[in-house]
Design a protein around this ligand. Structure first.
Ligand code: AMP
Length: 304
């Protein structure tokens, strides 16, 4: 089933307690589509870069069967830039700068043959652009959306309007608290469900994630890793694995959604093991499934 991913493509400066890199490829759409590419035969990407975006990264995405017909390359402007610095335990991140650059005037135009996409992933970008995408799409079956503190603070009203049209929202714990104005995550989740989405996934970093719907609550751990190299993109890789799996199965009953949460967690765990997108480049079905099974044994226990 066709999967459309809209989001940022960026060049990131990342600082962890152990290393520092500049101009690493990043952006929500890049992580999401790379993670989804292991499930979905073709991932259609819509986004924008400046003429400074290295062509080797476009090649890298094409090699993973990511269709770039919907990627705009703006001559004379710069690619989106973001910089983040991680705390000693890697669980907290400060944004050092965000430069929207090409995103300031971006108008996402969905190519004709993407318009009937059944599965749509609205990666973290301006909620006005996210809604602009949804207004163009016809026949969508499932719309998943991600956002972050930057937009919750600056475009709160617009984000709330976008939320009315989406099915599943994926955000982290501090963002859930910020969006709902509630300190308790369960209560925050219930309030967010009243804003539009029928399902909510709250990511909690190394503590895993929580799926909340009107019917069920499901908790998944994060894969216990000894070496976390760079948490950047973990949330986006989760979203890519999650929606990639759902689009492959063309179904979203509760059991399929729970498995998708685990596949999302698997892809996030591969992402954080290496810098930038490196952890998402050399995977295959066997490696992914092996880790999926490890998740199973990690959480399985006898009733009595
Ligand atoms: P994650 O670690 O999953 O939250 O995603 C990190 C990625 O989000 C980085 O590669 C950034 O380039 C991108 N990013 C950071 N801030 C923004 C923003 N305000 N809008 C769009 N993308 C962003």
């Amino acid at each position: 089933m066709s999967l459309l991913v809209v989001g940022s493509l960026g060049l990131d400066d990342i600082e962890t307690p152990f290393a520092k890199v500049e101009y690493a490829v990043g952006g929500s759409a890049v992580y999401i589509s790379l993670a989804a590419s292991y499930f979905s035969p073709v991932t259609n990407l819509v986004g924008v870069v400046g003429d400074d975006f290295p062509s080797k990264y476009l090649k890298m995405m094409k090699e993973r069967n990511i269709d770039l017909v919907g990627l705009q390359i703006v001559e004379g402007d710069k690619t989106f830039r973001w910089s983040g610095k991680y705390s000693y335990d890697m669980n907290h991140r400060d944004t050092l700068f965000t430069e929207l650059n090409v995103f300031k005037d971006f108008n996402p135009i969905i190519p004709e043959n993407y318009l009937s996409s059944r599965f749509v992933m609205l990666g973290n970008i301006d909620p006005v652009l996210q809604l602009g995408v949804l207004k163009q799409i016809k026949n969508q079956k499932l719309v998943v959306c991600d956002t972050m503190n930057y937009w919750i603070e600056r475009k709160n009203k617009e984000l709330r309007e976008t939320l009315k049209y989406i099915d599943i929202l994926i955000i982290n714990d501090s963002e859930a608290r910020m969006l709902s104005g509630e300190p308790n995550l369960i209560y925050a989740g219930k309030k967010i469900l009243q804003m539009g989405p029928t399902k909510l996934i709250i990511k909690k970093g190394e503590h895993g994630c929580l799926l909340i719907t009107d019917e069920i609550m499901f908790s998944a751990p994060a894969y216990p890793l000894e070496n976390i190299f760079d948490p950047t993109g973990a949330g986006d890789s989760f979203a890519g694995g999650f929606l990639g799996y759902l689009s492959k199965n063309d179904s979203f009953d509760n059991d399929t959604i729970k498995r998708a949460v685990i596949y999302g967690s698997v892809m996030a765990s591969f992402c954080v093991e290496k810098f930038s997108v490196e952890g998402l480049l050399d995977l295959n079905y066997l490696k992914i499934n092996d880790r999926f099974l490890q998740f199973f044994s990690l959480t399985q226990f006898e009733e009595s």
